[in-house]
Design a protein around this ligand. Structure first.
Ligand SMILES: [Zn+2]
Length: 279
């Protein structure tokens, strides 16, 4: 019985790990470097509320941006679906009524945590919730930019597609979380400066559009080999796929960091519309 539970946990754990530690920390570190003074204060004060959540009052956001992946197996199992959005493989558009209704999805999770962050916290419970909301937000804005977190339901966001990557067994989801970043030498803090030097030409402030972008990237690149055939279990993936994916990874990590900063800056100066999920 215990073995079954362990196996189930292992299966689940590969469903939605997202970017891995390096990617999540990079996203939050980029955001921290792009905060206004007001937002940096807001982040510091909110991180300090971790005292009420679990006693962790570390004041760098980057180190807390992987917390949500651990939390979903512990006290916060109900946040599991908040890490992704799955679309049926035969559908070409996200439909909230179909894909994000009975179960939460990443867009709802981002909206909810933004509204917690946007509310005053008086009671201990509210303070604890606000501390959690910042950690969740930092993590989910990272996740929403990982193409396989907005992808196909049937293969669990690529987790069921088992591949060989430069001779190593992996799966499509893990490749985008971890393997591609490792191969590209992307890690925190080693790559922070490199990513901060990337030019960002972005005026997209709509969370739903970020999700649509990831969905398009997953369908157009992640699921296809360089001959544009759909990847299947047993396939080999190597240099050509890596070279096509690398600029996408760099772009998505960079955008995620800047967009997280945008949300925090707007929250701090009171200009954020947290009511974006109108579909
Ligand atoms: Zn996640």
């Amino acid at each position: 019985m215990n073995l079954l539970i362990l196996l189930a946990a292992l299966l689940i754990s590969s469903q939605a790990s997202a970017w891995g530690k390096e990617g999540h920390e990079l996203v939050c570190a980029i955001a921290e470097e792009n905060l206004t003074e007001k937002a940096a204060d807001f982040v510091r004060q909110t991180l300090a509320l971790g005292e009420f959540l679990d006693g962790n009052t570390k004041n760098d956001l980057a180190s807390l941006c992987t917390w949500a992946d651990k939390a979903k197996y512990g006290k916060y199992t109900s946040t599991y679906e908040a890490h992704f959005l799955n679309v049926p493989a035969d559908k070409n558009k996200i439909d909230f009524g179909r894909d994000c209704a009975a179960l939460d999805c990443i867009a709802v999770a981002i909206q909810r945590n933004l509204s917690y962050l946007n509310s005053p916290a008086g009671s201990k419970r509210e303070k604890s919730r606000k501390a959690a909301a910042l950690r969740f937000l930092g993590h989910f804005v990272g996740d929403i930019h990982q193409p396989l977190h907005v992808s196909n339901r049937e293969d669990w966001g690529g987790n069921k597609i088992r591949l060989t990557w430069f001779g190593e067994k992996t799966n499509l989801h893990k490749m985008w979380d971890v393997n591609l970043l490792e191969k590209a030498g992307l890690n925190h803090p080693g790559s922070l400066e490199f990513l901060l030097n990337q030019t960002v030409d972005d005026d997209q402030h709509n969370v739903l559009k970020w999700m649509e972008e990831s969905f398009a990237l997953s369908r157009k690149y992640a699921y296809l080999n360089v001959e544009n055939q759909t990847l299947e279990s047993g396939d080999n993936v190597g240099q050509a796929y890596f070279e096509r994916a690398k600029p996408i990874i760099i772009q998505q990590l960079t955008l995620a960091g800047h967009r997280l900063a945008y949300l925090l800056n707007a929250l701090a100066d009171g200009s954020l519309d947290t009511n974006f999920l109108i579909d």
